[in-house]
Design a protein around this ligand. Structure first.
Ligand SMILES: C[S@@+](CC[C@H](N)C(=O)[O-])C[C@H]1O[C@@H](n2cnc3c(N)ncnc32)[C@H](O)[C@@H]1O
Ligand code: SF4
Length: 383
């Protein structure tokens, strides 16, 4: 049976970062008891619909889940384990911000059952941290990293690069400093301007510029090269790991597996028999909480995805991975064979142009060139 990945969203932050369009909000006075009960209720609601299914991973994302009361984290992990059969080495990740306040709580978070920490370091350069509007200094970030490494069996951290005016040499130096502190996993994102953020407004009025596509590509290859020196390979466009240290939870998304999404704005995909159900929760924290309290779940929308939609999603996710896609799995998960889902002439053209390739194991994979052009390639590839 397809194992489940469980995502739990905590929508609160101490401050909103100017680049971030995640479902995160600044709120005074959170009713912690109501939030714990709400998340538990929605989890139970989904478990009752699904029945017993093996659980492979839990991911606390946000927002800033390191601000959750550790007792809430513990209650959710315990309840998930009660509702679903899970292996003893269940992967349980929590995203944390590296302020000193949160670093002081890491031991409690570990004791709650989290065994993988994902720290949002973002930059090690003080000017960049100020530009990104972060609440922590570079020294705090390094301290949180060292504390995290001592406490958690697995640890990853995020950096944002391709920042305005960032020279390649400076990024290489910053990345090397980060790599020396890294464990076996890193997420390295290029800065994107997301609609509706403060950066979108500032960028539109010309307050800063971003590297052009050629420069961004050079920075990407510099990143792959530097990470490679530390045996960290890009198993996904922005994610680097030593073999075996990949995030099992995120792999479930990219391999188009089944996942539950609990909490405001969370998404869920479940293949039930022949039907794929896509579910989305209310985004606004108060709206979500009111609905869960009233009716046991905060679902805003649930629809059945057509085979063509499923194939599109599965290809979009799977071609981000260095391992590529298994055509047999695409057929099982979408209901369409690769030949039915794609335009054969376009598939051939993408291979001839060097954007896609077949592996010896019979998987279809994007080449380095192709992976950088996925958004443009998929619309022409799909029927
Ligand atoms: C949900 S957020 C992080 C969690 C945590 N609150 C934090 O800020 O450390 C996940 C990650 O997405 C990345 N991210 C968010 N917005 C981004 C943007 N506009 N461009 C590039 N990376 C972004 C950041 O690296 C961030 O750590
Ligand atoms: S980047 Fe993290 S801390 Fe900043 S607003 Fe987004 S979720 Fe919150």
């Amino acid at each position: 049976m397809e194992p489940l990945a469980l995502y739990i969203h905590w929508p609160f932050c101490l401050r909103k970062c100017p680049y971030c369009d995640f479902n995160s909000h600044v709120r005074e006075g959170i009713d912690q008891d109501a939030w714990r009960e709400g998340l538990l209720r929605e989890l139970r609601h989904e478990a009752a619909r699904l029945g017993p299914r093996p659980l492979a991973s839990i991911f606390f994302g946000g927002g800033t889940p390191s601000l959750m009361p550790p007792a809430t984290v513990a209650a959710l992990i315990e309840e998930a384990r009660r509702l679903f059969p899970a292996p003893s080495d269940l992967e349980v990740t929590l995203e944390a911000n590296p302020t000193s306040v949160e670093a002081a709580r890491l031991a409690e978070i570990r004791a709650a059952g989290v065994n993988r920490l994902s720290l949002g370091i973002q930059a090690l350069d003080p000017a960049a941290l100020r530009f990104l509007g972060r609440e922590h200094s570079a020294a705090e970030a390094v301290a949180a990293l060292e504390t995290g490494r001592a406490i958690f069996p697995r640890l990853s951290f995020d950096l944002i690069y391709a920042r305005p005016g960032q020279p390649e040499a400076a990024w290489r130096a910053e990345l090397r400093q980060a790599l020396a502190l890294a464990a076996d996993h890193l997420s390295l994102y290029q800065l994107t301007i997301e609609p509706g953020t403060r950066f979108a407004t500032e960028y539109a009025r010309g307050a800063f510029a971003l590297p052009d596509p050629d420069e961004a590509a050079r920075l990407y290859w510099a990143t792959v090269e530097e990470a490679g020196r530390f045996s960290l390979a890009p198993y996904e466009i922005s994610n680097y790991a030593q073999p075996g240290a990949e995030s099992r939870h995120n792999l479930a998304y990219w391999r188009y597996g089944d996942y539950l999404g609990i909490g405001p704005g969370a998404h869920q995909r479940l293949l039930l028999g022949e039907r794929m159900l896509a579910t989305r929760r209310h985004r606004a924290p108060e709206e979500w909480l009111a609905r869960v309290t009233r009716q046991g779940h905060g679902t805003a929308e649930e629809e059945e995805l057509l085979p063509a939609d499923r194939a599109r999603e599965a290809l979009l996710m799977g071609l981000r991975l260095a391992e590529g896609i298994d055509p047999a799995r695409i057929a099982t998960r979408s209901g369409l064979t690769l030949a039915e889902a794609t335009d054969p002439a376009m598939l051939l053209a993408c291979i001839e142009e060097g954007y896609l390739e077949w592996t010896e194991a019979g998987r279809l994979r994007a080449t380095d060139e192709g992976r950088m052009r996925l958004d443009a390639m998929l619309p022409v590839l799909l029927r």
